[in-house]
Design a protein around this ligand. Structure first.
Ligand SMILES: NC(=O)C1=CN([C@@H]2O[C@H](COP(=O)(O)OP(=O)(O)OC[C@H]3O[C@@H](n4cnc5c(N)ncnc54)[C@H](OP(=O)(O)O)[C@@H]3O)[C@@H](O)[C@H]2O)C=CC1
Ligand SMILES: O=C(CO)[C@H](O)[C@H](O)COP(=O)(O)O
Length: 472
């Protein structure tokens, strides 16, 4: 009898190929399949591995798998997943397990999980973060699905996941249905906010501080040696050192100032509005990418809306320190927003998310991996019912110590005409979060005045309507 395979991997593009090889490295026998057969051929030619074999139909792939069969999809999110599931379903039998490792929308995962459960097939939405390198060497893995079937896939998922500094795998069962994909979505939303904060720090240092690319590289490298140590700060420092390979000068200065987005950040923002949780920094980061795309309009408006003179800085290193502290404070607020959204989803969808464990699996492997995630993990371990990260003693102290820097950096951007929506929203969130007065009394009065929407009072319960037409 031919040998049977431990897992089937469908989709051998960047992520699927890397994960397949990662699984193979860990001793799992992997059967790989890709819709376009030439991709399968190329992977086998360029990355030969004794534990990886290629298959050219889903039928052949499924029949080569050990029972209960485990199939891992790593394909484009959206209709492609439904198309492949439709083909797979007749080939599978009760007790088999299908995992979707792509960036699928969590409600699609809920729907697919229900459909497959009717056929007795266990369906997992598995968030995977870390890009190509992470998938190859150890990503952060967020599996959501039926708990009773998790034991069947846990050994593979934990083996391929990154290891944090305490050697724990960056993989943990998240919750039922689409919980894993929801957490991945919010991870990406936080990723957007973090990247936007870093981009704003760059703009401030460059345009207000007059930093050269070499100074930017040195500054970010120094930051990466301290409390801001993270994958994103590390790659940022490196980016500023790169020479262009197609023209003269630094690569960064030849890259178009316009960023795209595939959708997970936008989904986080949309979901936050549905749930009624403020993730203004994530929304601001999505909008900043949208605004960046209007290159022609920016050029036209640049000549018509009067420019604000940027005042230089007297002391570059003091300014860099203000920007660093502002970035750190903004980061606390962005993560507080993201984790508040997770906390709300946990109750709303009955998922019972373990926020401390989620923070702990973000410590390594994923795009937002950072020393800082260890502090978030500790904050939730100390108080699993924490209302907001902002109220955890560790972060509260730091926000109180540093908020002045956040305000100074945001003010420098506003006064200098530098777009900094993440920093300014961070300051606004902080002020809204602890506001003695929000102005919502006036909004209530306006609503009652124009639409008889009634208003609530501070001195007694109930809802009231005032006759606004009467003479005061
Ligand atoms: N790239 C990254 O850094 C990360 C990506 N992800 C997610 O992982 C998944 C895979 O990403 P990535 O490797 O970048 O590849 P892509 O998202 O570019 O998807 C390409 C793969 O999807 C397959 N595919 C597309 N349509 C179909 C279909 N109708 N039927 C069967 N297969 C189909 C392609 O097959 P074919 O070769 O035949 O076209 C190919 O294998 C995506 O969901 C992505 O969002 C998650 C984390 C990081
Ligand atoms: O999932 C990821 C990392 O965890 C991808 O890198 C992410 O999809 C990138 O998103 P976008 O293209 O929208 O910036």
């Amino acid at each position: 009898m031919n040998k049977l395979y431990d897992i089937g991997l469908v989709g051998l593009s960047v992520m699927g190929r890397s994960l397949a090889l990662n699984m193979a490295d860990h001793g799992f026998r992997v059967a790989g399949y890709n819709r376009s057969p030439e991709v399968t051929d190329r992977v086998l030619r360029e990355h030969p591995h004794e534990n990886l074999s290629g298959f050219y139909s889903l039928e052949a792939l499924v029949s080569a798998l050990e029972r209960p069969r485990k199939v891992f999809l790593m394909i484009q999110a959206g209709p492609a997943v439904d198309a492949v599931l439709e083909q797979l379903l007749p080939l599978l039998e009760r007790g088999d397990v299908v995992m979707d490792g792509g960036n699928s929308y969590f409600e699609d995962t809920n729907r697919r999980a229900e459909t497959l459960a009717e056929a007795g097939i266990h369906y997992f939405g598995v968030g995977v973060s870390g890009g190509e390198e992470g998938a190859r060497r150890g990503p952060s893995v967020m599996p959501g699905g039926p708990r009773e079937a998790y034991g069947a896939v846990r050994p593979i998922l934990e083996a391929v996941a990154a290891r944090a500094e305490d050697d724990k795998p960056c993989c943990a069962y998240i919750g039922p249905g689409g919980a894993g994909h929801y957490v991945k979505m919010v991870h990406n939303g936080i990723e957007y906010a973090d990247m936007q904060l870093i981009a704003e720090a760059y703009l401030l240092l460059k345009y207000a501080g007059g930093f050269t690319n070499r100074e930017l590289a040195e500054t970010f490298a120094a930051w990466d040696r301290g409390e801001l140590h993270s994958y994103l700060i590390g790659i940022t420092a490196d980016i500023f050192t790169r020479q262009d390979d197609l023209a003269t000068g630094d690569l960064i200065d030849h890259i178009l100032d316009s960023a795209g987005q595939k959708g997970t950040g936008r989904w986080t923002s949309i979901e936050s509005l549905r749930q009624g949780v403020d993730v203004s920094m994530i929304t601001a980061a999505c909008s900043a990418r949208v605004m960046s795309n209007h290159l022609e309009r920016r050029a036209r408006a640049g000549g018509r809306i009067a420019a604000v003179p940027v005042t230089g800085v007297d002391n570059k290193s003091a300014f860099a320190e203000t920007v660093r502290q502002a970035l750190y404070t903004g980061k606390i607020i962005a993560y507080a927003q993201g984790f508040s959204l997770l906390a709300d989803a946990s109750g709303r969808f009955g998922w019972g998310l373990n926020l401390g464990e989620i923070a702990s699996i973000f410590r390594a492997g994923c795009i937002i991996q950072a020393a800082f995630l260890g502090d978030i993990t500790a904050a939730y371990r100390a108080d699993p019912a924490l209302e907001s990260l902002l109220l955890a003693p560790f972060f509260l102290d730091r926000v109180n110590e540093r908020q002045e820097h956040l305000r100074r950096a945001a003010a420098a951007a506003v006064l200098g005409g530098i777009p900094a929506p993440a920093l300014t929203n961070a300051a606004a969130y902080l002020d809204g979060f602890r506001a003695r007065a929000c102005g919502a009394n006036l909004i209530q009065a306006q609503r009652d005045c124009f639409g008889a929407h009634t208003y609530e009072r501070a001195d007694r319960p109930g809802s009231f309507h005032y006759d606004w037409r009467k003479t005061p």
